[in-house]
Design a protein around this ligand. Structure first.
Ligand code: GLN
Length: 236
């Protein structure tokens, strides 16, 4: 399954999630340590961040292995923000291999990444009349969450209102989401690994991006809300 990570804290470049740390997403794309399915994440990658001069986030994604993009290191070094998100993809069998199936998905102020898989039949009813941008299960999840956020639901409520019913409907679902509006990050652990690290800010990641002490596993079927005030963990 894919790997993803987010940062909330003082502004940093995106390289802080990708290749600065010893086990960043670049390394996790070919040598993940905690991945339950798949050995490489070579079906695409994406990054998202917030620029103070724009209301909407900046999102860059491609459907090639992250290590093949020669333009990424300079871009990721210049992309600085207090809220960062990045993902490397290992496509679930049967899902399309295309840029529009690659996280992070975005709408308005929001960015969303999915680590896992889910039956699309379990998500379709949650998306209302929304059409996802790709037939990929993750795009359906994004459409369902964005529909709730667009209707005014707070971040935690919108995420829980999709993850819980989809997970109950499909017992084989793995529904680790990272969703942000630039001010707060919500992450779920639902049958995939999720770790949190609290220091000068908050790091949330499928697996630790470095070997520093302080990484804590998030219990399964729990939601983490990270804000500038700290972290709250609650059962789903
Ligand atoms: N199911 C999603 C996809 O195919 C996410 C894959 C993953 O987590 N490996 O893109």
């Amino acid at each position: 399954m894919c790997r993803h990570a987010a940062w909330l804290g003082a502004p940093r470049p995106l390289t802080s999630l990708l290749d600065d740390p010893g086990h960043g997403l670049l390394r996790q794309s070919y040598a993940p340590r905690h991945q339950r399915c798949g050995a490489v994440n070579a079906d695409g990658f994406g990054i998202g961040w917030y620029d103070p001069h724009h209301r909407e986030p900046v999102r860059y994604r491609r459907s090639v292995p992250i290590w093949t993009d020669a333009n990424l290191p300079a871009l990721a070094g210049a992309a600085r923000s207090g809220c960062l998100i990045a993902a490397v993809r290992s496509a679930t069998p049967g899902m399309p291999l295309e840029e529009s199936a690659t996280a992070p998905f975005t709408e308005g102020r929001w960015l969303l990444s999915h680590n896992g898989r889910v039956s699309r039949d379990a998500v379709r009813p949650l998306a209302g009349d929304r059409e996802p941008e790709s037939a990929c299960d993750s795009a359906w999840l994004a459409a369902a969450v964005f529909a709730r956020l667009g209707a005014g639901s707070p971040l935690c409520d919108a995420v829980a209102a999709v993850v819980v019913p989809a997970g109950l409907d499909d017992p084989g679902a793995r529904l680790n989401l990272l969703v942000t509006d630039g001010d707060a990050v919500v992450a779920t652990a639902w049958h995939e690994t999720l770790f949190v690290h609290l220091g000068e800010g908050v790091l949330l990641a499928s697996e630790p991006v470095d070997d520093r002490p302080g990484w804590e596993p998030v219990p399964d079927r729990h939601l983490v809300l990270a804000t500038p005030d700290g972290v709250r963990v609650q059962p789903l």
